[in-house]
Write a protein that binds this ligand. Structure first.
Ligand code: IPD
Ligand code: CA
Ligand code: CA
Ligand code: CA
Length: 263
């Protein structure tokens, strides 16, 4: 199986999906909630996932597909070729801001990341990586991440984790917020991960992400030297929801060891 053929095909269907999403702004969407009142899904999320499934099946029916909206397969292992797709990452931004959302696609072969794509639809920025061949934004290479110290870092963090909560001790998080140069929260895990890969941000962490939130981005960020793990410094698992951190390699360990205390 040639990765370059899959790469050309993946890029073309991602760009087509982006066109469709931009076109949908002239239509009336159906907006529903899922697990809670802030967990939104639209008919466009579902339509785009279905579009990917049909296109991937037409390309190679042996490829497996996991997607957020559940129209792919329920798979128990990463054996074979697996596409892990988030048709719109940042649905709340899509609905409320009409920007700051992305399409995320990761393609894994027997559990190893081979191809990764994050498409920032409204900026028309396509990030991609092929294993061992570097990462790119609109075909311009992203640089290997350079050394940084934590006091000069910008980190992506939802403010809620620096307030009393059930998942993580907030006092060390407050210390982290004071230690770093600044914090940001963009509302799309995929875009936060490529911000780290591009050196615009130096770390991003979350208490709960799903495989489709991270599969594409981690591939891209790994190529420039970023380190991804869960918040207990264990390797990421692409079959389960888990805590998550991606960081510049010079500050990953320091954040996990000195500032993270899960409850
Ligand atoms: C969400 C976004 C958000 C993150 C949530 C995700 P969705 O994805 O990535 O930034 O904080 O945990 O579920 O639902 O918009 O695809
Ligand atoms: Ca969602
Ligand atoms: Ca998502
Ligand atoms: Ca989504």
């Amino acid at each position: 199986m040639e990765l370059s053929k899959i790469d050309v095909y993946a890029k073309s269907i991602i760009l087509q999906a982006g066109d469709r999403i931009r076109q949908s702004f002239s239509e009336k969407w159906t907006i529903e909630t899922k697990a809670d009142a802030n967990d939104l899904v639209t008919n466009i999320d579902r339509e785009i996932e279905l579009f990917f499934i049909e296109k991937i099946r037409a390309f190679n029916s042996s490829h497996k597909i996991i997607g957020e909206e559940g129209m792919g397969e329920k798979i128990q292992s990463l054996d074979g070729v697996v596409w892990i797709i988030d048709p719109i990452d940042g649905t709340m931004n899509f609905v409320r801001q009409h920007r700051n959302f992305a399409i995320s696609v990761g393609i894994y072969v027997d559990g190893i990341g081979k191809l990764g794509y994050i498409y920032d639809v409204m900026r028309d920025h396509l990030y991609h990586a092929i294993e061992g061949q570097g990462a790119y934004m609109n075909d311009q290479p992203l640089k290997t991440l350079e050394e940084i110290s934590l006091d000069k870092a910008i980190i992506g963090l939802n403010a809620v984790w620096a307030t009393p909560n059930k998942r993580i001790k907030h006092e060390p998080m407050i210390e982290l917020v004071h230690k770093v140069r600044g914090t940001r929260s963009y509302g799309s895990a995929a875009l936060e991960i490529v911000s780290v890969a591009s050196g615009r941000m130096d770390a991003y962490l979350s208490m709960r992400l799903s495989p489709w939130d991270i599969a594409g981005g981690v591939m891209i960020a790994n190529e420039v030297g970023a380190i991804a793990s869960n918040l207990e410094n264990q390797p990421i698992n692409l079959l389960e929801r888990d805590t998550f951190i991606i960081a510049n390699p010079f500050i990953h360990k320091e954040i996990v060891e000195n500032y993270i205390e899960l409850k």
